[in-house]
Design a binder for this molecule. Structure first.
Ligand code: PMP
Length: 380
């Protein structure tokens, strides 16, 4: 959709993009300065495969100070973005035929990475009435002797849903009964979280050794282009990720790593400012979505997405008589008729929804939601 939107924009049409998954802020100045300094200091050569020791230590400190979690630097593997970390973990853990449980909706690449490893995705469906969160009973029912991994994101892309400590504790209890299952906890949206405190499933000692935290700098520090992520895991998994990465990409960009050290060591001031803007926009979009007949939404507690239900429009026709059959059709209709780019929920494994990113200016959000209301109102 981003690509189609760009094509329309190239024809001179004013397309508002609500389809992208990155903050619309610039990287904080202190982080940019650190990168310039890194160049001047000639951090321009190969770096250690799992990252500079100072960066791994800064990550250990962060996990201790912000999350109350104890790790050693040898348990941290820095990568070329959380995406590479997810891929490293799946490729090292999953053998052909292994089952990976993924709650839907999920971030698009999860299931494709499982395909690459010749594993099998087992989906647990959720819906808006459940705030897109699974229950322990659903988890238990999805587990088989072949289950190797459970993977999820909280805060979630595409729904913005956040699991509470109690909800995570209930899932941890299920994993206690199944000691062969690893848990991949994608916490990339940790800091874009509108409840007081981020909760990691790694906080439960009974399962911590089997939890692999994936996190990075893309969302919290508006550093999507820098490509900097990491895992925190038990030493064996960390060593396997190190080994795989050593034969593929090696250590990630030296300059990005030096900047990452400063980002973590300097604290969360810039993150806080970004979060305030997202909180304001969340309310704006929530109110405007609630004003569109046929659209059902919840109030997400994190990330910068809404995932409203739009299935009431299926079966309706546009002015040319084309029938809207699914979420992809609706997203395409909104692009062509309303000139707003969104993403159909089918890409995330739930067809009855579309994803809207509110990483856009207040004016653009207001105009986009006005166009969305108008375009949907024309379907009959
Ligand atoms: N996990 C989720 C849930 C994401 O939304 C994204 C980015 N869209 C990533 C991982 C990848 O992040 P990175 O830029 O660090 O590779």
């Amino acid at each position: 959709m981003t690509k189609l939107g760009r094509e329309l924009a190239a024809k001179g049409i004013n397309v508002i993009s609500l389809s992208v998954g990155e903050p619309d802020f610039n990287t904080p100045d202190n982080v940019k300065e650190a990168a310039k300094q890194a160049l001047d200091d000639n951090y321009t050569r190969y770096s250690p495969v799992p990252g500079y020791p100072e960066l791994r230590q800064a990550i250990v400190n962060k996990l201790k100070n912000e999350n109350g979690l104890d790790y050693e630097p040898s348990q941290i593997v820095v990568s070329t973005g959380a995406k590479q970390s997810l891929s490293n973990v799946i490729l090292t853990l999953i053998n052909p035929g292994d089952e990976v449980i993924i709650p839907t909706p999920y971030w698009v690449s999860y299931s494709e990475m499982v395909v690459l490893a010749e594993g099998k995705s087992v989906f647990i469906d959720t819906d808006i009435d459940a705030d897109f969160k699974i229950t322990p009973e659903q988890l238990e029912a999805a587990i088989t002797p072949r289950t190797k991994l459970f993977m999820f994101s909280s805060p979630c892309n595409p729904t913005g849903s956040v699991y509470s400590k109690e909800e995570l504790a209930a899932l941890a209890k299920v994993f206690e009964k199944h000691p062969g299952i690893f848990i991949l906890s994608d916490e990339i949206y940790e800091h874009i979280n509108f409840i007081d405190k981020h909760e990691s499933i790694a906080q439960f000692d009974s399962i911590k050794d089997r939890v692999i935290i994936v996190n990075g700098f893309s969302k919290a520090y508006a550093m999507t282009g820098w490509r900097l992520g990491y895992i925190a895991a038990n030493k064996e998994i960390a060593a396997a990720n190190d080994k795989l990465q050593g034969q593929t990409t090696s250590g990630t960009c030296s300059i990005a790593q030096r900047a990452g050290i400063v980002a973590y060591n300097d604290g969360l001031e810039s993150v806080q400012k970004m979060k305030e803007a997202f909180l304001r926009r969340r309310q704006l979009v929530y109110d405007l979505l609630n004003d569109i007949p046929g659209v059902k939404t919840n109030l997400p507690e994190g990330a910068f997405y809404f995932f409203p239900e739009i299935s009431s429009f299926f079966g309706k026709k546009d002015a040319q008589g084309n029938v809207i059959k699914d979420s992809a059709d609706l997203a395409l209709y909104l692009l062509n008729e309303g000139h707003i780019a969104t993403v159909g929920g089918d890409a995330f494994g739930n067809n009855n929804y579309i994803r809207l990113s509110y990483a856009a200016s207040d004016e653009n959000l207001k105009e986009a939601l006005r166009r969305m209301k108008e375009a949907l109102g024309k379907l009959s």
